[in-house]
Ligand binder design. Sequence first.
Ligand SMILES: *Cc1c(COP(=O)(O)O)cnc(C)c1O
Ligand code: SF4
Length: 469
Amino acid sequence: MHPSLMKSIPVAVPSAGKFTRDLFWQAIPAWRDVSENTFCDSIWQEQNAIHNSFTLKKIVGDLVSRDFIEDVEAGLLRAPMAVRLSPYLVGLINWSNPYDDPLRRQFLPVGSALEPDHPFVTLDPVNELGDSPTPGLTHRYHDRALFLVTDVCPVYCRFCTRSYAVGTDTPGVTKVSLGVNDNRWEAALRYITERVELEDIIVSGGDVYRLRPEHIQTIGNRLLNIDHVRRIRFATKGPAVQPMKILTDTAWTNALSSVVESGRKLRKEVSVHTHFNHPREITGITEDAMHLLFDRGVIVRNLSVIMRGVNDDVATHSKLVRCLTHLNIRPYYAYISDLVSGIEDLRTSVADTLMLEKWVRGSISGHNTPTFVLDAPGGGGKRDIHSYEHYDRETGISVYSAPSVKPGALFMYGDPLRTLAPEIRQAWTDPVQRSEMIRVAIEAAGGMKRSATTNNTAECKHQPGVQNH
Ligand SMILES: *Cc1c(COP(=O)(O)O)cnc(C)c1O
Ligand code: SF4
């Protein structure tokens, strides 16, 4: 049995427990006197979002050492994502031990933990730009498309797959601009209207939490009015990082529920897809917000990203799934981390992810169990993590195919180098040995053979060794 999972075998399946109703933010020096009403005011949350280490230091004061702040600054120099922390998150982080804190790990890089990027890492790991017929619209699957309506979010996640566009520029990355823009939206809507096979539209970004209520309504109603569009999903991390908005920004919440209502009248499903990664992101405020959405008949599903030291152990992940279910949020996908720059310390191997899945499945009903997936690097779409054509646990290379998405193509993922034997790690640094490891993996997956015998387009989509930063 895998040793890292041995120690995390849950004695009993964890219960959801009670969600905290404490005034937890008052432990933060700058917010000692902030009342519940003020803290739950969505405008106050916006105005007090933290964008840099300087403000962070001012807010958390002596709770953190100067060394820690310097470590964050060193991390930020190499990060492809800018910083934005909601006060809600800042209040939930355990600042007396920020290094091990699962929330800090997701949003604030520290220089001392950074590991060299895997050679497969790119700025747009799942090749969204390559599958975009018009700016900010990715049409990869036959019947559904991803519409990036904005490029800002309530927080910025280190592991964001969209670091090519989301958030402000960083020292290393100048972003593709996907702001709210009439012409861009019109071009995307025209494309969706023309493609009658598009039944299912994901409205994402960025994050629809940062759209104004009238934008939610415009985009929702424009899509609902397209005959062949049957389903819309609004994607937002908001409930996990700033749940009070649902309770106190009534114009926004009403806009969302009015689109859900309009959809229901047309017998079209309008749902919310959110993104919780750790049980500690859930509080009494979340519970109230989710009850409100449930009362209004809004379907909410969750996508989580599996990250080392955050939710890669059985106890935490099982608890996350149970807490979400308790709030009527349906766990939908659990993704292995994409090959994003600067997050090697967060990535897990395919082997460890398979083991995690093995333990989580069965701990709760199947319809509340997420499918553990890999978003195939290069643009194969979501694949069941078990469905590889080949997986070499020594080199860490797994090879996937996606016959309904890109017939004949193969897609490769690489386990974190940290998880490999020293001599293999060494081999990855040598371009010749690296190409050989890749060639062997592709051949074992049937790639070379197929292309030689049937002359179809079987090939590896990923260009080994390409680094975009
Ligand atoms: C994830 C994703 C979708 C939706 O996929 P589902 O499996 O239906 O949730 C659609 N388009 C793109 C580009 C995606 O990345
Ligand atoms: S909220 Fe979503 S889109 Fe925004 S930074 Fe995080 S992962 Fe990326």
